[in-house]
Design a protein around this ligand. Structure first.
Ligand SMILES: Nc1nc2c(ncn2[C@@H]2O[C@H](COP(=O)(O)OP(=O)(O)O)[C@@H](O)[C@H]2O)c(=O)[nH]1
Ligand SMILES: [Mg+2]
Ligand SMILES: [Zn+2]
Length: 350
């Protein structure tokens, strides 16, 4: 595991190097997070792979798989988290309502579904929103084309909501079909696969891994059957020179404050909505609602409209909870200052 990896092979670019001063480079070196297991971080760099220690000032959980770090030359300590070019995040489960970083510096998100009942357009729209919000390019992959009598109707449905997003149809069990993914798998590119269980994500990754015999296996942690031997978040190399992120947390992704991304994904609906008679139109079935009219005369799919409204509400609720939490934090802050003052100097709880 002490394999050194050239920076460009790891996805390094001017975007990151311009964040570092000569002073930074005198104190540390850049390294990319390739495995996150609880609080254990492993990085890859020109100096090989190593486990690094995260200082308390970088809160636990704030560093994600794929992140670029400045690591101290003298000791394996993280000096700095570099600004991300992209980030997939979601609302954390539970009452806490915090945004959770899932995957950093990802180039492409392959949204995988099959040419069967699994193909759910509203779920695809949710993934598009998460990808657009995170500055990641989504690509739709429709698997099991070999088992379907009407592949074109699935492809057409996907294209109807895809805008300029690429739509691929393939048989994941055929190694050659993985060639279709090649344009997104150049050296240094980072990709991830999302989609329901059973749609062929592992099969696709295995096809990609098998494409060349001389696999860069240093960081591969698959057993003979292609199953993962760990459940942590990790990143592994493909023969093409690209990286695949394996992130179990990608299944149930709740939206954070992503209203702008919802607007981007549904720009067709937003364009129609400008013709609603009232500026604060709730897009119900009232006269004067351009969306309602478009559904009635068949220009707009009722499913797409309700998907848009659902995601928009979800994003708005997330923004609202962020605002509420800030207000609560402010109140607590005020109270804390008051109590510290009452106790007099030097008796602060911190
Ligand atoms: N015929 C056919 N079978 C597929 C295809 N993609 C996946 N499968 C099969 O579907 C099952 C689930 O695939 P898997 O890769 O484990 O799905 P995952 O849960 O998304 O990782 C396996 O038995 C695969 O062989 C495909 O394109 N064509
Ligand atoms: Mg799998
Ligand atoms: Zn309306």
């Amino acid at each position: 595991m002490l394999i050194a990896v050239p920076l460009d092979r790891l996805g390094w670019s001017a975007f990151y190097s311009q964040q570092l001063t000569l002073e930074d480079l005198g104190a540390g070196f850049p390294a990319r997070v390739c495995s996150v297991q609880r609080s254990q971080l492993t990085v890859l760099s020109e100096r090989g792979s190593l486990d690094v220690v995260v200082p308390p000032r970088l809160a636990e959980g704030s560093i994600a798989i794929g992140d670029w770090l400045l690591v101290e030359l003298e000791a394996p300590r993280v000096l700095r988290l570099l600004e991300r070019r992209s980030l997939i995040s979601r609302m954390a489960a539970g009452v806490e309502q915090r945004l959770q970083a899932i995957a950093a510096n990802l180039d492409t998100l392959f949204v995988v579904t099959s040419c069967n009942d699994d193909c759910n357009l509203s779920r695809l729209e949710r993934y598009f929103t998460l990808a657009r919000h995170g500055q990641v390019e989504p690509v739709i992959v429709l698997t099991k084309a070999d088992l379907c009598a009407d592949v074109e109707s699935f492809a057409a449905q996907a294209r109807s909501i895809a805008g300029n997003i690429a739509v691929l149809t393939l048989n994941a069990t055929e190694h050659a079909s993985a060639d279709a993914l090649a344009p997104w798998l150049a050296r240094g590119q980072t990709v991830a696969f999302v989609g329901s269980s059973g749609v062929g994500k592992s099969t696709l990754v295995n096809a990609l891994l098998a494409q060349e015999t001389q696999a860069t296996s240093a960081i591969r942690e698959h057993d003979a059957k292609g199953r993962h031997t760990t459940t942590s978040r990790q990143m592994f190399a493909l023969p093409s020179g690209a990286w695949v992120m394996d992130t179990p947390g990608m299944r149930e992704l709740k939206l954070g404050s992503m209203e702008a991304a919802v607007s981007t994904v549904f720009d067709d609906i937003e364009a129609l909505a400008r013709n609603c008679r009232f500026r604060d139109c709730q897009h119900g079935d009232d006269a004067g609602c351009a969306l309602h009219a478009a559904v009635v005369d068949g220009r707009l799919d009722a499913r797409r409209l309700s998907s848009y409204q659902k995601l928009q509400r979800e994003a708005e609720r997330a923004s609202q909870s962020v605002r509420e939490r800030r207000a609560i934090d402010r109140r607590w802050g005020r109270m804390h200052r008051v109590t510290s003052k009452q106790r007099g100097p030097g008796t602060s709880r911190e």
